[in-house]
Design a protein around this ligand. Sequence first.
Ligand code: GDP
Length: 194
Amino acid sequence: MSIKSVEFIKSAVKPEDYPPPDKPEVAVVGRSNVGKSSLINAIFKRSVAKVSSTPGKTRLINFFTLNNDIYFVDLPGYGFASVSQKERLSWQKMIENYLLNRENLKLIIMLVDTRYPPTNLDILMKQWLDTFEKQYFVVGTKIDKLNQSEKAKAKKVIKETLDLDDNTPIFLVSAKEGTGIDNLVSEIFKAVKE
Ligand code: GDP
C-alpha cells in the first residue's frame, strides 16, 4: 500500500471539533524532540508537518487523510521541560478526551528515541495507553544514530523498559535515511484496515 495523497483536514482540541469519525484512524504520539514531525514528513513524503516546531506551538490535534481513506492524526508531544503544571494537565485532558471518545481510532503509534532507553514519561505513556485498550505499535526513531551492536539491542531495551507484551510490534526507523518507513506504512494500513 503506498501513499498517493495526503490532505490536511483540520486542527482541533475538543471532541466536537474533530472531523466526523467516518474513516479508520491512526494517531501518533511521543515526547517532544523524539522525531515525530520528521517521521510524519517521511511517511507523507512531503513537508506537511513542521520539523522542530517551537515548544508550545503544537498543542493541537492535527487531522490529515491518507489516500482519502484513513485519518492520520498528529497528537501533541509530551515532556517539554518548560511547560507549567497547568499546561501539562490541559495536554493530559486533551489526549484523554481524544483516546476515550474517538470511536474510529484503530491504532496508536507511540514513538521512542532509540538513542536512549525509554524515559519515565514514555513508561507512563505506555501504561496509560494500556488503560484505553486500543491497539498500539511502538516505533523507535533515529536508528541511523546507532552502531550495529546498539541496533541489535534496541528492540530488547525498548521491550524490557516499557514492559511490552509479546504481541506489541516494535519497528525501528530512520526518518533521515528512510530506513523502515515503507514497512511501517504498510503495517499501519494493514492494522487499520483489518
Ligand atoms: P518532534 O519534536 O518529535 O516533532 O521532533 P522533530 O521531528 O522536530 O526532530 C527533533 C530533532 O531530531 C531534529 O533535530 C531532527 O532533525 C532530529 N531527527 C528526527 N528524526 C531523525 C532521524 O531519523 N535521524 C536523525 N539523525 N535525526 C533525526
